[in-house]
Design a binder for this molecule. Structure first.
Ligand SMILES: [Zn+2]
Length: 489
């Protein structure tokens, strides 16, 4: 069949019965070969001419943001944040919209045991897994309208555009809504893609209780809203061929450089520790400096030292939790605990930083002079330091084939894949793509968000940037489909 005939033959001669097309199971389109255009029959130029409907994307996104509205932060109609916690009533409304919209597009829609929704638009060969766009529709309690939501909507817009253009992909294409990515209500982030990837046990996920005083579990709430699906939540039972995720950057890099698109190469490694500094409680008025084991003063030095060493190594180090005992103005604290979150693009650099800090923290706590931290002041009796590893997330490297499809798609849109408009970058935050990358070729597309702000009602991505991201997502999916066909995978 010659799909390029699409351009010269009348489109009206084909009559596909909707009753065939809309059946909720996978069907091929190929009964009418000369109307539908195949990705393998398209030149690069033809591929780049397929455009999403930017107004429709914008309208759809703000329509679903009516469910789970949060705090108003500005004057415009859409200057309202989101508070759509996973498996809440508002989440159910957004899910129902997702299911209806994708079914109306002719998708086969399935829900797995973690409530992940997979909508699949059939291709020519439906014996192979789909090429997916995926992200999440749940938000933080004081979140915005773009984190996750944009990625899901852009995936749906990509499928709508394929339909508008009578496109027939070689393999199925689809969109995924992952459950509880934020980990805001059930406190493990990316938990459902984690279960799918085999990294988190299903029972652990099911038994997770909601944050706060309620008794609901992830399982009971999925059941309540009707999204505890029959499909096994497992990459073997429900494989995916590739995963593309459009997301707002959630950082300031693109905005600062004037870049339009980030072609994300991977996600940085991170480790979370709890550090305990043990000293001795004593009276602040009667104990001179030489005779103190001041756990708080020591912790302050260690936190500063982690920052200095991380800076030298091109890594990140942050403390977000600090507790001290006994917590009295006139008692020198004997015990201090603090969190230490360290991050790097590379596992080896992270390990090096961790080892350096482990060795030097103890020495600094004993009063040894390192990095100027004990150069001044009065030496005391010293403290001891204990480390506890809470989370270890290795670096994720995305698949070069997927990254290339993204870059080529940027080139389709902008005329070039080089220059300041597009840049390769590493994600500082975790995403569902971290887990899909363990089981399938994956990459992400970043678009700028204002002031790099997210997890905040005022999170904002312009209509232009939303549209750019969705356009690149569509192009990457189509190009990947063509690539698969050329390799027969
Ligand atoms: Zn997100």
């Amino acid at each position: 069949m010659k799909s390029n005939l699409h351009h010269i033959l009348p489109r009206s001669g084909v009559l596909r019965s909707h009753s065939t097309y809309y059946k909720p199971q996978i069907k091929t389109f190929s009964g009418t070969p000369w109307r539908y255009i195949r990705t393998t029959g398209m030149s690069d130029k033809e591929l780049s001419a397929i455009r999403i409907d930017r107004d429709r994307l914008w309208k759809d996104l703000h329509t679903t943001c009516e469910w789970g509205k949060g705090e108003r932060w500005g004057e415009n109609a859409t200057d309202i944040g989101m508070s759509r916690l996973a498996s809440s009533d508002a989440d159910k409304q957004a899910r129902d919209w997702f299911v209806k919209t994708t079914q109306d597009l002719g998708c086969d829609v399935n829900v797995d045991a973690m409530g992940n929704i997979f909508a699949v638009r059939p291709g020519m060969d439906n014996s192979a897994p789909p090429t997916y766009a995926g992200s999440h529709m749940d938000t933080q309690p004081t979140g915005g309208r773009y984190d996750g939501i944009l990625g899901v909507h852009a995936g749906i817009e990509a499928l709508k555009t394929m339909k508008d253009n009578d496109m027939e992909t070689e393999y199925p294409t689809g969109v995924i809504n992952w459950t509880n990515e934020e980990g805001a209500r059930f406190p493990i982030s990316m938990i459902s893609s984690g279960v799918w990837a085999g990294a988190i046990p299903l029972e652990k996920a099911y038994n997770l209780r909601e944050v706060g005083s309620g008794n609901a579990t992830q399982k009971s709430e999925l059941e309540r809203i009707g999204y505890l699906g029959p499909l096994e939540a497992n990459h073997k039972a429900n494989p995916i061929a590739a995963h593309f995720e459009l997301h707002i950057e959630q950082g300031p890099i693109l905005e600062a450089s004037g870049g339009k698109i980030g072609a994300v190469e991977g996600v940085q490694a991170y480790k979370w520790h709890t550090i305990t500094v043990n000293g001795r409680d004593c009276h602040t008025g009667t104990t001179d400096f030489q005779n103190r084991s001041d756990a708080m003063l020591t912790a302050a030095k260690l936190i500063l030292h982690s920052h200095n060493r991380a800076s030298e190594a091109g890594c990140l180090a942050s403390t977000g939790i600090l507790t001290l005992k006994p917590g009295s103005t006139n008692t020198v604290p004997g015990v201090v605990q603090f969190s230490l979150d360290i991050r790097s693009k590379e596992d080896a650099a992270l390990l090096q930083l961790e080892e350096t800090l482990k060795s030097e923290f103890s020495k600094i706590a004993q009063g040894e002079e390192i990095g100027g931290l004990n150069a001044r002041g009065t030496k005391g009796r010293g403290c001891t330091v204990k480390w506890q590893l809470d989370t270890d997330s290795p670096a994720t490297t995305f698949h070069e084939d997927c990254i290339k499809c993204v870059e080529e798609s940027v080139s389709d849109m902008l005329g070039t894949s080089e220059g300041p408009n597009v840049q390769r970058m590493t994600s500082g935050a975790g995403h569902d793509s971290v887990y899909t990358a363990r089981r399938a070729p994956t990459s992400m597309i970043f678009v700028p968000c204002r002031d790099g702000i997210s997890h905040n009602p005022a999170e904002y991505c312009s209509q232009e940037d939303c549209g750019n991201g969705a356009q690149v997502l569509l192009g990457a999916m189509l190009r990947y489909d063509r690539l698969r066909a050329s390799r027969k995978t």
